[in-house]
Ligand binder design. Structure first.
Ligand SMILES: Nc1ncnc2c1ncn2[C@@H]1O[C@H](COP(=O)(O)OP(=O)(O)OP(=O)(O)O)[C@@H](O)[C@H]1O
Length: 573
């Protein structure tokens, strides 16, 4: 029997030490040897505290109390111990026993579990807060996980998809999850429609492989309307940036007619001086093109070129845009104030387009800049000196505006240092062929076409046109003609030329009502008026080849009001 007990004691992983009533060691098993690194020969028959200090067995002998699950370090390991007295039938203490176990590994495991829990919490936070929807399915294509963004984008809740086939959320297109599960390969940029609202989305999906075994598929769903919105914001930003750099030079001005060449020669001379230049001419004649060329031929070409469309910015903010403002100048003013465009153009050129549209009080401030070469920020008192070359442009009769008291005479003279009149296209029709070929080359690049020329008959039609919208109108006209051509056609023929004006005009109001008629739900009166107004403005702008002054005149509204509406409705050329 003694032998059997010995085998049991030595085969358990728990270390065991027993003592008699005097504290002399009577049991010291293999696990105890391993743990204490002592052989049982050296331990057996000795007083326990002489062998190991930490057993506390003498204390148990004395008090007769048990100590259970006590955790403590032992050398460089951690142990958990149970200690208890051994009593006879009468209840007298005849010995004590200590059973202990190495829990270092368990503690390390627990630490790892805590780390894993933290990672899990972090992943959950990312999963729940990302703007992109995430959907996870198992290897059979059954939904297992979706995040809140998934519900926001698709309109489907967890309950709608979890435990269900991955086909439930698709309203148009194929299941990308199924394709991934089938091919075990990732798919990028797939476009489908999801949910009851048929949301347009782009999906990137990848297989989940654990040790090479397919366990499911994870899909990230991007809201396409959001991407479209961001792209259009980016386009807008690019438009603004484009306006901040002068990209044309005199080489980009096409034409050899004497009137145009005279204007170019005058502009080249002006470019070599620091003098203020005013560019006069109808809309679309190339005033901005000339302004770019003058800047790029001047010694300021390496500094900023800032273009300000004085008609496009509302009167109330034009001043603060031009001259900047001090902190607290008005409600909504930025902390620390803001630099104006004149300060930003310091060392460079400012191009004040549509200068005839600015109100009298701003004209007074502008005069000061021209006279004193300094500005005062809105809400400020300090003068800031600036070194900016001024180029201005207008298509209105400034002399008449002076006569009517709408434009300051002193400012007129200050601006009129070097006036350059750019001829209307009617005055240099001879250049139409050269310009047409120039625009053909431009659109070939833009549209990836191989148009080489224009036929004699088509050119004759161009020569007969009045070109109220000048070179801009011709440019758009050629663009539309090229769109009308088949891909294998290389010469613009008369039948490619768009029919102008009247035909479109007749249909304007009708097409305006059609948009309203075709709507699925009943729109509010304001929405209907807005839709028709937008469509109508777009049409008239198109008829006038985007000549804003002419469009405003036809619509009988101010140019500024037209700019406001163009911005409000997001009308782009
Ligand atoms: N001589 C020319 N050679 C080549 N392109 C030209 C020429 N004149 C005008 N253009 C082109 O015609 C379009 C209109 O020109 P631009 O914007 O300079 O006119 P603008 O007189 O400033 O018009 P607006 O008064 O309406 O602002 C531009 O795309 C410009 O590049």
């Amino acid at each position: 029997m003694k032998k059997e007990i010995e085998i049991i004691l030595n085969s358990t992983h728990d270390a065991m030490i027993a003592v008699d009533s005097k504290g002399i060691i009577t049991i010291f098993n293999r696990a105890a040897e391993k743990l204490t690194k002592l052989s049982s020969d050296k331990a057996m028959g000795r007083y326990v505290s002489d062998v190991i200090e930490t057993t506390r067995l003498p204390y148990i002998l004395k008090t007769g109390e048990s100590e259970l699950n006590r955790k403590q370090p032992l050398g460089d390991i951690n142990i958990v111990t149970n200690r208890m007295p051994v009593k006879n039938e009468k209840g007298n203490i005849i010995g004590a026993i200590a059973v202990f176990r190495d829990i270092t590994e368990i503690l390390e495991l627990a630490e790892e579990i805590t780390d894993l829990k933290e990672i899990q919490i972090m992943l959950e936070a990312i999963f729940n807060s990302t703007q992109d929807a995430i959907s996870v399915v198992d290897q059979h294509g059954i939904g297992v996980l979706v995040n809140p963004a998934y519900t926001r984008i698709t309109g489907l809740s967890k309950e709608d998809v979890i435990g269900k086939s991955c086909l439930v959320d698709i309203s148009e297109g194929e299941s990308i999850h199924l394709k991934v599960l089938e091919s075990k390969k990732p798919i990028k940029g797939a476009r489908i429609k999801v949910g009851p609202k048929k949301k347009d989305v782009i999906i990137d999906a990848a297989p989940m492989l654990v040790n090479g075994e397919l366990r499911g598929s994870v899909g990230v769903i991007h809201d396409l309307s959001e991407i479209k919105r961001l792209t259009s914001e980016l386009d807008e930003a690019k438009q603004i940036i484009r306006k901040l750099e002068a990209k044309y030079t005199f080489d980009d001005i096409i034409g050899s007619d004497k009137k145009l060449v005279n204007a170019i020669e005058k502009a080249k001379i002006a470019a070599a001086t620091p003098a203020t230049v005013i560019l006069r001419g109808e809309s679309g004649t190339g005033k901005e093109l000339f302004a770019h060329a003058i800047h790029n031929a001047s010694n300021r070409k390496h500094c900023q070129f800032v273009r300000v469309n004085c008609a496009a910015i509302s009167e109330s903010i034009l001043e603060s845009e031009l001259f900047g403002y001090e902190e607290g100048a008005f409600t909504g003013a930025l902390k620390g104030g803001k630099k104006g465009l004149f300060e930003r153009a310091h060392g460079g050129t400012i191009f004040l387009d549509e200068i005839g549209e600015i109100k009298m009080s701003t004209q007074a401030k502008l005069l000061r800049v021209l006279q004193e070469k300094e500005i005062v920020r809105v809400g400020g008192t300090k003068s800031i000196s600036i070194d900016v070359r001024i180029l201005a442009a207008t298509n209105i009769d400034l002399e008449k505006a002076v006569e009517n008291g709408r434009f300051r005479e002193d400012l007129y003279y200050r601006l009129n240092v070097i006036p350059i009149r750019i001829p209307s296209l009617r005055e240099h029709k001879k250049d139409i062929y050269e310009l047409t070929r120039h625009f053909i080359r431009k659109y070939n690049q833009e549209y990836g076409r191989y148009v080489t020329d224009i036929s004699k008959e088509a050119l004759e039609i161009l020569m007969e046109n009045e070109w109220q919208g000048n070179v801009r109108e011709l440019e758009n006209y050629i663009g539309r003609a090229i769109i009308n051509m088949k891909f294998n056609e290389t010469t613009i023929k008369s039948y490619h030329l768009p029919h102008n004006g009247e035909r479109y005009r007749k249909n304007n109001i009708e097409s305006g009502f059609n948009i309203v008629k075709n709507k699925e739900k009943t729109l509010s009166l304001e929405e209907v008026v807005g839709e028709v107004e937008k469509k109508y403005i777009e049409q008239i702008l198109k008829n006038n080849n985007y000549n804003r002054t002419k469009t405003a005149n036809e619509l009988k509204i101010s140019v500024r009001n037209l700019y406001y509406k163009i911005k409000k409705y997001g009308i782009y050329k």
